[in-house]
Design a protein around this ligand. Structure first.
Ligand SMILES: [Zn+2]
Length: 276
């Protein structure tokens, strides 16, 4: 059977930051890589006003994600057509089209249909905190976990095709050590690190003992870099990841981390990759 990977995220650019090297690497090895994006990132930042306006940003970011998907070798990109809910506590949270306001049944039904149609061996999404607590990241995590199990249960959503049990569910996770490493390198070069000081708190970032795959993506980090540049409204010169010299950022980005969520991992488990 053909090996395939389905990544499920909330906004254009989520896929590139956390998994750009991994998606590119598996695509380059001939595996099918599929990507689902819940929104078009309509209320994200705009790095340069000549790239988009708040009115056009969703359309522009759809184009940016299509560019990134092509760069990484993604076979199929699916939008769920919800609206970006914005950061917690912002007025966009109240928009009836916002992803966080979508009924769980409705989102899970769509994801179950996609999983049963594409039949991936491996599914990946955010960890429960969504990296930094964005409400859409947390929502896509919750819906994906539910859909992963519902897709395998033929009694649920029978109108969406026969049951499909994917072999593994992974969470993408960035360990605290990544941010501390990045901060140390910035400090050495006299670069302002105030955006990273919250990682002094040991509860920030994903614990290393819960990382099961340290994916070496040095061989495809250039694709990841190019995919990030597709997202030009987000990856402007002011971006945190562009403050260090390019070679140092690429080195930091050359490892991507995943936590096995299903089947339940044995303590201390380490896997060489996402596939069996
Ligand atoms: Zn996001």
């Amino acid at each position: 059977m053909e090996n395939s990977l389905l990544a499920i995220f909330a906004h254009p650019d989520d896929e590139a930051f956390g998994t750009g090297g991994t998606l590119s690497r598996y695509a380059s090895e001939g595996k099918k890589v599929y990507l689902v994006c819940a929104t078009r990132g309509e209320v994200g930042e705009i790095s340069d006003p000549s790239f988009a306006t708040p009115e056009t940003l969703g359309m522009v970011r759809e184009g940016e994600l299509r560019c990134a998907a092509e760069t990484m070798g993604v076979s199929e990109l699916v939008f769920l057509d919800y609206r970006d809910s914005g950061m917690v506590g912002t007025p966009e949270n109240e928009d009836p089209r916002a992803f966080i306001n979508a009924p769980q049944e409705e989102v899970v039904a769509q994801l179950v249909g996609i999983i049963r149609r594409l039949k991936p061996q491996v599914i990946a999404t955010f960890e429960p905190f969504g990296g930094y607590g964005h409400p859409d990241h947390i929502a896509i995590h919750n819906h994906t976990v539910k859909a992963f199990h519902a897709a395998a249960d033929g009694s649920q959503y029978p109108q969406h095709g026969p049951a499909w049990q994917a072999q593994r569910l992974f969470y993408t996770a960035i360990p605290r050590s990544f941010f501390l490493d990045m901060r140390r390198q910035m400090t050495e070069l006299g670069i302002d690190t105030s955006d990273l000081d919250r990682f002094d708190d040991p509860s920030m970032g994903w614990p290393e003992e819960k990382i099961h795959v340290w994916m070496d993506v040095a061989s495809t980090v250039e694709y990841k870099w190019d995919a990030l540049h597709c997202h030009r409204t987000q990856f402007g010169p002011g971006n945190l990841f562009r403050r260090l010299p390019e070679s140092q950022v690429k080195q930091l980005m050359g490892i991507e981390c995943f936590s096995l969520a299903w089947p339940e991992p044995e303590p201390g488990l380490r896997l060489p990759g996402l596939f069996t």
